[in-house]
Design a protein around this ligand. Structure first.
Ligand SMILES: CSCC[C@H](NC=O)C(=O)N[C@@H](CC(C)C)C(=O)N[C@@H](Cc1ccccc1)C(=O)O
Length: 665
């Protein structure tokens, strides 16, 4: 691939409308069907629409279960397999709905004033545990009730976390709590309360207790702790499972006998994604780590622009295996480990990214969604040991058979840094590639910094290849998927320690002989935008740059991003007044006078992760310096414009990127 287009046409930005996304594969209790969410981008409505589908594991045509003009998602089978409960925004707020597997109309189960973000079936199928920001007192007082006082538009802020990307306005003081409701409908009751955010309820096998994730430490306003607790299902006092100031745990799952709980995470909350996560078990004695020697992080650190997220948990089988995702060198796989101790082993591997998975209750089958460089996603099923794998959907087969795609080629190259560490990367040749010709190159830089480029379809990369660019992308130091030492290497050294890795990849590809070294471009988003700014402040080798949702000044980023002060305090070695020099030295804007590369700045106006002032400061400085710079602002969009922004804006963003590189390369 890459050599000729044959009968196939080239990809265009608008082709995002031709891509169907599947996610959240949930295998039925009898292991014979898989329910999943299917999402499309609706051009006419300029919005997303998702529905629940069910496909037989023995093959056959997927059947649409819901067809509302809404977002239906999170399908979960009742324990007897007769019903599927799901979340839907069809009445405005996200609520739980129910549909019989025999067909018929879906019925609404919950009507909580603050909606529902997550739910789980009780083992006997009688009750659903929910997560909602509703407080019991609100149920008495519904919309339309008279307010006592006239509302003021003045905002009084008392909490350190007062804004979150994706939430317009400011955060309210409401807390997420666990609720329960009869699955057949009826009055809900509040299970947890207090000044805590509770999440991810999981029923004990006997149905008496619910484990959940919360931060109940004294210092919770200021730390990033995440603990595991359990509470009686009828309400009462919560008991600690894995708690304390060193807890950074989530995704709890009970053992089948209810004697133990497994979960994922690590014991350094302030480090976040900079260190590897593991699988742990708490059984009343000491908490044990089951994946000590794994050398890779538990979970999916993959980054791309064409996916629908599902956020799967761990799975514990009756015969004592715990299943979990692992990010490994650009792939996300499914592993399992014996709960009693032993070596973790690979179950679902391959050059691909497993986005989510679920196990049948008897532990015999796995359903999963996976994507690879030429296919964003499909639903698969296999046996518990990974054998007998079958693809159950082919949602994009027809579309992708009509367009030419470039197959990424992997490489490993020594860094330009003194340690000559091995850096893993990919190169995509342009569509219509002809040996002997020289092509412009675009370097793509991922964010995080602790994310991971993966063996997964990336629309932006394929578009650049379709337009005649060589596309290079790598997992430099700071990336996940190569162990803790690799991921944490950039601490207090952003830019300084990863730029030599990136430039080694660029030089390696230039050495292959098909790149015009005078036509080099660079782009990236978020931390990738930070690095784009850093790179053009430290070399003039690039002829065009596009910085997206970027960070330019660490000093003004600190305290204005929703990411929280802890992020900077860890990543840059302290708070500004402790390590002032780091904030200046590591800020790309410090080197703005050196920036000569024509720069396009793309930023969303409601980006609270990287506030738009980061872009404005850079734009104004470069304008004053008389540099070639343009600033494209996307109204009503947040940090996730490239992944879940309004479809029309996503197309426009891609057009701006292509336009800039066409102009300067
Ligand atoms: C995937 S890990 C990074 C998440 C990180 N959040 C907390 O630690 C984050 O938001 N990092 C930003 C940079 C930071 C604001 C300086 C970032 O680079 N984000 C990336 C990665 C990402 C991908 C998918 C979803 C969330 C973040 C980006 O926006 O592309």
């Amino acid at each position: 691939m890459g050599a000729s287009t044959g009968a196939k046409r080239r990809l265009t930005p608008e082709d995002i409308y031709n891509i169907t996304l599947v996610s959240d594969a949930q295998i039925s209790p009898d292991g014979r069907h898989v329910a999943y969410t299917q999402t499309i981008l609706d051009k006419e409505k300029n919005d997303y629409r998702s529905s629940i589908f069910v496909v037989p594991v023995d093959g056959g045509t997927p059947r649409r279960f819901t067809s509302a003009d809404a977002r239906d998602s999170f399908p979960r089978w009742s324990p007897d397999g007769s019903r599927i409960a799901f979340l839907s925004n069809r009445t405005g707020k996200s609520q739980v709905w129910m549909i019989s597997v025999d067909g018929g109309e879906a019925t609404q189960v919950t009507d909580l004033p603050e909606g529902v973000t997550y739910f789980a079936w009780s083992p006997d199928g009688s009750t659903l545990a929910l997560v909602s920001k509703t407080e019991a007192a609100q149920l008495e007082k519904r919309e339309g009730d008279e307010e006592d006082e006239e509302k003021s538009d003045v905002v009084r802020i008392t909490r350190i976390r007062f804004r979150a990307d994706g939430v317009s306005g400011f955060l309210d003081d409401k807390r997420s709590h666990i609720w329960c409701i009869p699955a057949a409908g009826g009055d809900p009751w509040q299970v947890t309360s207090g000044d805590f955010d509770d999440a991810w309820p999981v029923w004990s096998p006997g149905g008496h207790e619910i484990a959940f994730v919360s931060n109940r430490t004294e210092d919770r306003e200021y730390n990033t702790v995440s603990e595991i607790w359990a509470v009686p299902a009828r309400g009462g006092e919560a008991r600690p499972i894995a708690t304390g100031d060193d807890a950074y745990f989530g995704r709890p799952v009970w053992s089948v006998d209810g004697a133990a709980i497994a979960f994922a995470g690590h014991r350094q909350p302030e480090a976040g994604g900079a260190i590897d996560s593991h699988v742990w078990v708490a059984d009343g004695g000491a908490t044990r780590c089951l994946t000590e020697g794994l050398g890779r992080t538990v979970g999916d650190a993959g980054i791309n622009d064409t996916f629908a997220s599902a956020n799967p948990g761990l799975a514990w089988t009756p015969d004592g295996w715990i299943y979990f995702q692992v990010s490994d060198s650009g792939n996300t796989h499914v592993y399992r480990v014996p709960a009693g101790g032993g070596d973790p082993s690979l179950v679902v591997g391959g050059q691909r990214r497993v986005l989510d998975f679920s196990l049948s209750p008897d532990g015999s089958r796995i359903a999963f969604v996976a994507g690879d460089p030429l296919n964003p996603c499909d639903v698969y099923v296999c046996r518990a040991d990974g054998s007998d794998e079958r693809r159950l959907t082919a949602v994009n087969e027809e579309f992708f058979s009509s367009v030419a795609l470039s197959q990424p080629e992997e490489f490993r190259v020594p860094s330009h840094a003194d340690d000559r560490a091995e850096i893993h990367g990919w190169v995509m040749k342009p569509i219509g590639f002809e040996p002997g010709r020289k092509y412009p190159l675009v370097l793509e830089i991922h964010g995080g910094p602790h994310g991971m480029y993966a063996n997964h379809y990336f629309h932006e990369f394929q578009l650049l290849a379709a337009q005649g660019y060589v596309v290079v992308y790598t997992n430099p130091r700071g990336s996940q998927g190569y162990g803790t030492e690799y991921a944490s290497y950039t601490r207090a050294a952003w830019g300084e320690k990863d730029m030599p890795d990136l430039m080694a990849a660029v030089d390696y590809v230039i050495e292959q002989g098909y790149v015009d070294p005078n036509r080099l471009g660079v782009t990236g988003g978020s931390y990738g935008g930070y690095m784009t700014n850093w790179v053009i402040g430290h070399t003039d080798r690039f002829n065009a740059a596009v910085t997206q949702r970027c960070v330019s000044d660490l000093y003004s980023f600190f305290g204005t991003s929703d990411i929280g002060f802890n992020f900077g305090a860890y990543e840059w070695g302290g708070v500004p007044w402790e390590v002032r020099e780091n904030y200046v030295r590591l800020s790309p804007i410090t080197y703005v006078e050196n920036m000569k590369t024509p720069l396009l700045i793309i930023h969303s106006e409601e980006d609270y992760r990287c506030p738009i002032a980061q872009a404005e400061q850079l734009f104004i400085s470069l304008k004053i310096l008389g540099r070639e710079v343009e600033f494209v602002r996307f109204p009503n969009e947040n940090h996730n414009l490239s992944r879940s922004g309004k479809p029309k804006h996503r197309v426009e963003r891609l057009q701006f990127i292509l336009g800039w590189f066409q102009r300067y390369l």
